[in-house]
Design a protein. Structure first.
Length: 95
């Protein structure tokens, strides 16, 4: 599944996660769906990590999930290539 499919699966309702405002909706529901359809634990972990990175990008850039455009996706791709961004684990550098 690519990012586009993940975005289509997620709905518009925002949720609060890990003590902070999360702009991505229903992450837990999506991850539960993966587990229930027998995706490997490593695959589920990788999706969760990648979604956390995407959520961090949305938060840092001030972008709203509901208003994502092709331009924001291009910025996100540049963000992923950046070596000075924070990773999903919360450390500086490459993922």
């Amino acid at each position: 599944m690519g990012l586009r499919i993940i975005i289509l699966i997620l709905t518009r309702e925002a949720m609060d996660r890990h003590g902070g405002t999360v702009m991505l909706p229903h992450i837990d529901d999506f991850l539960l769906h993966l587990q229930a359809t027998n995706y490997s634990p490593r695959t589920v972990y990788n999706y969760e990590r990648d979604l956390q990175v995407f959520d961090r990008f949305l938060t840092e850039s001030g972008s709203e999930f509901e208003r994502i455009t092709k331009r924001e996706i291009t910025f996100y791709k540049a963000y992923l290539a950046s070596r000075d961004r924070e990773t999903a684990a919360g450390v500086q550098g490459d993922v």
